[in-house]
Design a protein around this ligand. Structure first.
Ligand SMILES: [Zn+2]
Ligand SMILES: [Zn+2]
Length: 278
């Protein structure tokens, strides 16, 4: 199966395990590479992000682990950079996942992926109760951020659907909704054709979402535009380091992709999907 994951959290942010425990779990699974992606410090301090001081400790510890386990696994020190990041330099990391987790209005920050109620509050207070207005704003902010910043991997592109099980919040087949998501994909691929879009199983583990991010219509569009994908578990604990990877590989294969990219110490590599079944 696919033996890599570049989206990994630890106790430095909102993960449940130490970086060392995550490395040992990955080695136990026979992983080729493991990338850490702690949540970047943000303009508004959060319990789920690293502080600026902790980010320095995080870099130091990951670098120690890199050396210690260099004969067993490729370890990379990345960051999950939020569009409202502050106090750090993206160039200090081996790679960057670019994500949008919040909206901001008049200095107040609203969480997108904390609970359905938090997202609804943002829709009501910022977007006049309109999920389409919210979607338009989210996707254009994400594309602006990815295009203007050093980002190597697009994080959970349709994160706003996290709590939309059984279309609880809005209709994802709506043409207007879909046009905003597809426009973001087009803008990102035009500006950065080699960027990786992640197929992310995180919400399958955490809240029982049925399929990974992104939704099939988005992933199909990425495929048709010649985009590249990686597979991640957005893992917050040792139990989920390769959660639902078999299902996700099937999902990627069904869309038409023939290879999946992954990060190593010597750069981005890819594996043919047929090889994953041998
Ligand atoms: Zn995230
Ligand atoms: Zn994450």
């Amino acid at each position: 199966m696919f033996k890599s994951n570049c989206h990994t959290h630890t106790l430095y942010c909102d993960g449940k395990n130490t970086a060392r425990e995550m490395v040992e779990a990955a080695i136990g699974k026979g992983f080729i590479s493991l990338g850490f992606s702690g949540h970047s410090p943000m303009k508004q301090e959060n319990e789920w992000t690293m502080s600026v001081d902790d980010t320095q400790k995080y870099i130091a510890e990951i670098n120690t682990l890199k050396e210690e386990f260099s004969d067993k696994i490729d370890i990379l020190c990345g960051i999950e950079l939020d569009s409202y990041f502050c106090g750090i330099n993206p160039d200090d990391f081996d790679y960057v996942i670019g994500s949008v987790h919040q909206f901001e209005k008049d200095g107040t920050f609203y969480d997108i992926d904390y609970t359905a109620e938090h997202l609804k509050k943002a829709v009501d207070e910022i977007f006049d109760g309109s999920f389409n207005k919210m979607s338009k704003s989210y996707y254009s902010a994400l594309a602006d951020f990815i295009i203007s910043t050093k980002v190597d991997v697009v994080g959970h592109i349709d994160l706003i659907t996290k709590f939309n099980l059984d279309t609880f919040l809005f209709e994802e087949t709506d043409e207007e909704y879909r046009s905003y998501a597809l426009e973001a994909v087009d803008r990102i691929i035009t500006a950065k054709p080699d960027i990786l879009f992640e197929v992310n199983t995180g919400a399958m583990f955490r809240i029982g979402k049925k399929t990974p991010y992104p939704a099939p219509f988005i992933l199909r569009h990425i495929f048709e535009k010649g985009g590249r994908v990686t597979l991640t578990s957005d893992s917050h604990s040792i139990e989920s380091i390769d959660f639902a990877f078999e299902e996700a590989v099937e999902f990627i294969k069904k869309i038409g992709f023939e290879e999946i990219f992954y990060l190593t110490k010597s750069g981005i590599k890819s594996i043919k999907i047929v090889e994953l079944y041998k």
